[in-house]
Design a protein around this ligand. Sequence first.
Ligand code: PGA
Length: 249
Amino acid sequence: MRKHIVAGNWKMNNDLSQTAALISDLKEQEKTSDAEVMIAPSFTNLWHTFESTREDDIEVVAQNMHFAENGAYTGEVSARMLKSIGIRTVILGHSERRAYYNETDESLAKKVDTALANEMRVIFCFGEELADRKAGNEESVVEGQIKNALFHLPADAFTNIVLAYEPVWAIGTGETASPGQAQDMHAFIRKTLENKYGHQVADDMTILYGGSVKPGNAKEIFGKPDVDGGLIGGAALNADDFYAIVNAF
Ligand code: PGA
């Protein structure tokens, strides 16, 4: 089922006391939209955040996980560890992880498999770089990222996948894709899914847009028919801004 989702990716921000302060600010907010709200704090703050939002209409999700079930992977976190503290959703393939930690379509395909095998939901991120867009290759880049990491899956796996289109040139730059650019790419993504899996899978897919979404532009972006929500970075660190975006639906 297609849903509205607004997910806040806190990235490597907020120590424990800052996390507690932001959570208490979030609890003061009123949700007036039908969007599912998610927040993704760092690993060290997941348990605290999960425990302190148990009663709230907020899902706590992880920013990453390893593809192995367990083993000699110093510094890594497994699906089982996440699940054991109540985490049911993981962000995979964020462009910062692709760029700085060498995550590839191949390693991401393995992570997706492991997450799904552990009955976790995946927010799968992808998006072209500025050079790709300037060269007019944005659709082929995006199509490749989706096919390489996801098209080995059976159709029913897609009920546990949310897609997040995040053009790299719009992340943290203040530069946003225009609502028209976002809509065009989301429609293309849905068409790509439809060609492989048929109309129903494509129509049911929740596709988020990410990249400098702010209170001032969220309404227009979310107003596009193929944009089902947002993955929010900078603006998710402020409770008022984040809920202005949540309530933009
Ligand atoms: P931004 O980040 O909203 O700060 O551009 C988005 C993201 O990286 O998910």
